[in-house]
Design a protein around this ligand. Sequence first.
Ligand code: SF4
Length: 356
Amino acid sequence: MTQAELTAFVEEMNEPPYRGRQIFGALQQRRLRSFDEMTDLPKEFRAKLNEHATASTLTVESRYISEDGTRRYLMKTHDGLPVETVFIPEERRDTICFSSQSGCPLQCSFCLTAKLGLLRTLTAGEIVEQIIIALNDAYGEGQRTPRGTNLVAMGAGEPMLAFDSLMKALKIMSDPKGLHIVSNRVTVSTAGIVPRIRELATIEDRPHLAISLAAPTDELRNELMPINKKWPLEELLAACKEFERSLKPNERFTFEYVMLDAVNDADEQARQLANLLNRHALRAKVNLIPHNPADPLPYRPSKPERVESFKRILESKGVHAFVRRPRGRDIYAACGQLAARRTAANPIAAMLHQLA
Ligand code: SF4
């Protein structure tokens, strides 16, 4: 609930409005996960809250910590569905990669989450709670976070298909009396849901946008990302061009390009990609992401010299390109790997096992 909703909620329980603000601070700033811990509330009121509401719904099933410090959490919703979240510490800031759906309805062929199909879109509460759980685990419940926190909606799910939950979660998290993570610190990654790209551009306090491209031609993109059959590249890039009008002076938007060995990493494909972006004259940068191996998927990562050559060609044609360093590969926390690890404690792996 937003602060205003919580205030209305307590008023319905015949409590003064300030109690709503107090609970909001306890949940969102002190990051408490039960009413019983809110000892500054009268005991009878806490009992009443326990009867009518719940302060947290996700449970952590398992946690893996990578040798590079990345933490991956497998959580479960109240109705038993898997949710994955990754915490990535960096020198000057932390990044939390959160999920917007359990499973995903899109069928990107290089992504393991796709194998689950859509189980359910997450609620705003379930999105916010992932961040609270990750911060509490890294720094202790309610402890100050020493670095800034960036959020990326790049975990399981297509965030643009969880639009209402996502927007509400961002509103709750940006509240200065709560987590205070403003939209400017958030990047939403989409496989290319064109109407939502247009809608996002109209939102004043909007997050940054990243688009997963994965291919420079419709023919290949149809194969790798079937959503392209609905919104092909020309239509997608036309929407990006419209979105560009909403960019701030120093803002660029990002194209993600997962690099698959001998599939989309040839020099000719780099030229095609540069020409495509240049034709639309987009103020964008391209992040090249070497594919992360995930067991049942038929792809290998591009070789480092291929990635370098691809990058050089993009740059020679005036396209800003960066190579993303994979994080948490050893714990299957890297891009496209969520749901990869098969252990009894991993609910997604268990489901994949059943599907197989
Ligand atoms: S890459 Fe993203 S949009 Fe595509 S199937 Fe995986 S989670 Fe869904």
